[in-house]
Design a protein around this ligand. Structure first.
Ligand SMILES: [Zn+2]
Length: 66
């Protein structure tokens, strides 16, 4: 897993990403919530892990981890 890189708006845009604002409580929920059932594909598990990792990184960056 890659280290947490500081967000660079220019490079994020080059990767085709868009900004996504969430309240800290929603980020905490997202960071901990895995809904992958036993039938989930590897692609779904990868996506889930990526999203939860980024939610957690966003909280960490703001000093909001607990
Ligand atoms: Zn999941």
């Amino acid at each position: 897993m890659a280290a947490v890189d500081p967000t660079d708006p220019q490079s994020e845009q080059e990767m085709g990403r868009i900004a996504f604002w969430l309240a800290p409580d929603d980020l905490r929920w997202l960071a901990r919530h895995c809904c992958c059932g036993p039938e989930a594909s590897d692609e779904d598990r990868d996506r889930c892990g990526r999203i939860r990792f980024r939610a957690s990184a966003a909280l960490h960056k703001q000093g909001l981890t607990d």
